[in-house]
Design a protein around this ligand. Structure first.
Ligand code: UDP
Ligand code: MG
Length: 319
């Protein structure tokens, strides 16, 4: 029987100067915790000496209660793919995630796990004293504010890599695009209990960050997609139809204004830009409505053609 309690998933890409120390740090914490655990390293197509250095570090630090595994992706597929591979192969009841660049502190794992025991499905780190540059911190806090207010995800630092999640909370969705940053939102929107605690954050000493400032826009775009799919994936025509009806309604109002200007002010339609705006709105509205119909057709092909239920797979027990 599988007795592994905790799987630590660590994706890395070109982290040759960080992995030896990282492995040492993680192993030290896991040994203190004492449970049977595994570390799953995912090499996301590193081109430097990462793999060699990791192998040496693992050889030096072997303990029977801690198993170390390596998943090697054939090329650099990105942190999301690497994280997904780690999730697929991890066997623990609880999965822990962190970066390989020594910015996260594995000493936070016991605290995160204690919080999880209080009855949560996921506990996400909050880098309250984040040690990235000011610009990045500003962008990130703005995005997080938007995510809290606009999308209702109750977290201050959704992009924080260090987190612990119960396996059962990771089953109802797939990771696409750059969703590794959105795992907490995906879990939360699936109905799981998600909370956060403050964690340590260290500056990156070796290697360089793989992302620029534009990641913030990607997060927002991805969130809109997920929210749309999670709330309207069985009824897309409500969204498109509503937009279509609103456009047609606006066109009606503009046409009334056009008629008023024609009959009471003597402005002929060929001289009235409002008339063009009305035509534009009529066409756009029709497009929206037709797009909704097409989206409904696609949804039916998706659910009926692939025989998918329209609800996420629930558990069933006798009462
Ligand atoms: N990473 C990865 N594949 C990539 C880019 C990054 O596996 O294509 C890993 C990287 O090695 C690190 C983690 O993902 O362990 C976070 O990356 P990074 O430190 O560049 O992100 P930041 O801390 O700047 O958000
Ligand atoms: Mg980093």
């Amino acid at each position: 029987m599988n007795s592994i309690k905790l799987s630590v998933v660590i994706p890395f890409y070109n982290e040759e100067d960080n992995l030896a120390k990282l492995h040492q740090q993680v192993v030290n914490v896991l040994r203190i915790m004492g449970d049977k655990s595994e570390i799953i390293y995912v090499d996301d197509g590193s081109k430097d000496q990462s793999l060699k250095n990791l192998k040496i570090a693992v050889k030096k630090n072997k303990f029977k209660e801690i198993e170390s595994y390596l998943i090697k992706l054939e090329r650099n597929l990105g942190q999301t793919a690497a994280t997904a591979a780690g999730i697929d192969y991890a066997r623990g009841k609880v999965l822990a995630f962190m970066d390989a660049d020594l910015q996260n502190d594995p000493k936070d794992f016991p605290k995160l796990l204690n919080k999880l025991q209080e009855g949560h499905d996921a506990v996400v780190g909050w880098r309250k004293n984040r040690t990235d540059n000011l610009f990045r911190k500003f962008f990130s806090s703005m995005a997080n504010l938007m995510i809290r207010r606009g999308f209702g995800v109750p977290l201050h630092d959704m992009g924080c890599s260090i987190k612990v999640v119960r396996r059962k909370a990771l089953t109802n969705f797939k990771l696409y695009s750059e969703y590794h940053r959105l795992i907490p939102a995906l879990i939360y929107w699936n109905g799981a209990k998600v909370t956060e605690i403050v964690v340590n954050h260290h500056p990156r000493l070796f290697g360089k960050s793989n992302y620029g400032y534009f990641r913030v826009f990607k997060v927002i775009i991805d969130l809109i997609t997920i929210k749309f799919l999670s709330s309207y994936h069985t009824k897309p025509s409500y969204v498109f139809g509503t937009l279509g009806i609103l456009a047609e309604f606006a066109a009606g109002l503009v046409l009334i204004a056009v008629a008023y200007r024609k009959f009471f002010q003597g402005v002929f339609v060929h001289r009235d830009p409002l008339f063009l705006i009305a035509i534009f709105l009529i066409i756009v509205g029709l497009q929206f409505i037709l797009m909704g119909v097409l989206a409904e057709l696609i949804v039916r092909i998706y659910f009926e053609g692939l025989n998918k239920p329209i609800y996420a797979k629930p558990t069933i027990r006798s009462l």
